[in-house]
Design a protein around this ligand. Structure first.
Ligand SMILES: [Zn+2]
Length: 322
């Protein structure tokens, strides 16, 4: 009985079993069974138990946490957006010829990144999502710097972060031998876009203008994050054949490294509402552009799980009314 101190009227055992103590202990047992003359009373007092941690509680929780952490780290897709869900939704939509429905946020967390507020690199503007506010103007516009690698002789402006990114891109593009960029169009104000749309309407009629130009408040150029570029030496400026030039190919393959995407790719008109524009770069930041590029998605609408926006809502309303 190592845990028990026999305490008698004569002596007390304090943790150490001395010969005397052992004797009294033996006597106490004798007394307790009631088979002999009691010479002294014995009280059995449990020793205070030293704190002994159960090894299960000491070792198991860290091991479980380590294993859980390792399993998450070892699965690169653990926190990645579930692109297959989006791709599946797109395929279903195409099969049913129905507009895409917004995916549940829990299934595609990046949907939450998109906003229609001007000032965010994640702004999603299309024919059905006007900028907020409608006459938004970036506060950090600045002129894109001309250089040996970049011709901004028109003195056009972008939001500071997009301008900086474009300057880096142009330097790398030139160094790669893919050509010297020319800036054809960059930030366009609400008023400018309104005048542009009016003049297109006068020239081509409303239907023609709707294909060729965005309504004011619906243009990516008003965000300060979109830029139209060309490589004059290679021809095809602001034409679809630009996509086949050395410069156009380099941009399609490399612009994501600087935070840009080709916003209106081939065969995406039914989603974006615009025909193929290999010259229209949209700045979304390096992180998002990298994910977008890896995802294989071709439109921001699909990437973020937003409905297709081929037409303005007014167009849809008027066609159903007729
Ligand atoms: Zn453009």
């Amino acid at each position: 009985m190592p845990d028990i101190n026999p305490i008698s009227t004569n002596q007390i055992c304090l943790g150490v079993i001395t010969p005397d103590c052992a004797a009294s202990f033996a006597a106490s047992r004798f007394d307790l069974v009631g088979n002999g003359a009691p010479s002294f009373r014995v009280v059995l007092v449990p020793k205070s138990r030293p704190l002994v941690r159960n090894p299960l509680f000491v070792f198991v929780p860290p091991v479980v946490l380590l294993a859980l952490g390792f399993s998450l780290i070892s699965q690169p897709g653990a926190f990645a957006p579930q692109h297959e869900l989006v791709a599946q939704a797109i395929n279903e939509r195409r099969a049913n010829q129905q507009p895409a429905q917004m995916l549940p946020l829990a299934k595609f967390h990046q949907t939450r990144l998109a906003t229609n507020q001007g000032g965010s690199d994640f702004v999603l503007v299309n024919k059905q999502r006007p900028l907020q506010p409608l006459n938004y103007k970036p506060v950090n516009l600045r002129e894109i710097k001309s250089s040996k690698q970049l011709d901004n002789s028109r003195g056009l402006e972008l939001s500071d972060q997009a301008a900086t990114a474009l300057e880096r891109l142009a330097a790398e593009m030139s160094a790669a031998g893919a050509g010297k960029l020319f800036v054809n169009s960059a930030f366009r104000s609400f008023d400018y876009q309104q005048d542009l749309f009016k003049s297109k309407t006068a020239q081509y009629g409303l239907a023609g203008a709707l294909i060729r130009s965005a309504k004011a408040g619906h243009s990516e150029h008003q965000t300060g994050l979109a830029v139209d570029v060309s490589v004059p030496a290679q021809g095809c400026a602001i034409m679809q054949c630009f996509g086949d030039t050395v410069g156009g190919k380099w941009l399609a393959a490399n612009s994501w490294k600087y935070g840009f995407i080709i916003r209106y790719e081939e065969d995406t008109t039914s989603t974006t509402g615009y025909t193929y524009e290999p010259w229209h770069l949209r700045f979304v930041g390096v992180q998002l552009a990298t994910q977008y590029s890896k995802s294989g998605m071709k439109t921001l609408e699909d990437f973020w799980g937003y409905p297709a926006a081929e037409f303005y809502l007014e167009e849809i309303d008027s066609s159903t009314n007729n």
